[in-house]
Design a protein around this ligand. Sequence first.
Ligand SMILES: Nc1ncnc2c1ncn2[C@@H]1O[C@H](COP(=O)(O)OP(=O)(O)OP(=O)(O)O)[C@@H](O)[C@H]1O
Ligand SMILES: [Mg+2]
Length: 360
Amino acid sequence: MIKILLIEDNPGDARLIQEYLCDLKNIEYNLHIADTLQKGIEVLDKEFIDIVLLDLKLPDNEGLTSVEQIFSVAPNIPVIVLTGLNDETTAINAVKMGAQDYLVKDKVESELLIRSIRYAIERKRSEEEHQKLMEQRIRSLAIIEAQENERRRISRELHDGLGQLLSAAKLNFGMIDFTNNSNKEKTNDIVKQVDTIISKAIIEARRIAHDLRPTTLDDFGLIPALRILCQEFSKITGIKVKFSVSPTLERIEPKVEIAIYRIIQESFNNISKYADASEVSLDLYRKENQVFVRVKDNGKGFDAESISKTKKAGGGFGLLNMKERAELIGGKVEIISSPGQGTELLLEINLDFFNNNNHQ
Ligand SMILES: Nc1ncnc2c1ncn2[C@@H]1O[C@H](COP(=O)(O)OP(=O)(O)OP(=O)(O)O)[C@@H](O)[C@H]1O
Ligand SMILES: [Mg+2]
């Protein structure tokens, strides 16, 4: 069923279009007619319309601004412009603005009108599909980029942290002169030093492993893992964290737990990098099958709306990845922030997503 909105003030022209549409075979349609732009916009507001046929000369509006006004209430709607013989230039400009097609009124006949409607709807659909594909590509790129960044970071930590400690241990070990028994004291000193270095290397290896996959999360669940995350974040940054959690939150699907953990971790990273905050609150609660997470800082905030519009989030991929992660588990993330207002992240997850989809 195609829902057509015809915005046309001339009753004769409207009747003619109606007659042409009778030839629309095999397709059910429903026609709304509005004789002013204002009335047309009201219909668009209330009804789900598939296509607009728009006369460019209306009593309350003339020319291209009416196309603009249609798009301002229904940005994705296919529009076919109807125009007089001497008005083709305006019609072409309407197409440049995003209208799908134009028809010169005196030359319209049934077949032409119907073909134009079909094409306009099809073209719009494939444009939307293309747009979706592009968005998916941007997201995949974001994931690949994030993986590469993560590898770079791990590589640096292995090289600069663990690698340096092991080199130092080896260097010290090489200084022991096993052929000379007389300098036992020096040998003992070196062995002690090597022992200290190896202990440090063990701690460093554990830290890197923990960053890769927090063992507390697997062994004890989300809440203890988050408690540790908060403590460490506070210790490193000096920012106070208030963590509150609804008492009934027992263990949930592991994929959901890790997603929540990573989203909060990225949000903490951003706070420590950008927010200049003195306090952060982390709230987690469950209501029936919904889990809600809120991370709020009292820092300097940023223009969240303009960053989300530019898709690639301000040069970084953190926010984009949070959204992607949330969507993969059937949840959604909202970032509320503006300069000077602090930043709030809201994450909402419906646990039924996993029960119903039974993801492997
Ligand atoms: N809590 C916050 N306070 C102030 N600004 C923030 C906050 N969180 C994010 N931002 C702003 O949003 C931008 C985008 O964040 P995002 O996490 O997507 O990227 P990034 O942190 O710059 O890079 P990446 O996360 O890829 O390392 C940041 O550059 C920063 O300007
Ligand atoms: Mg970030």
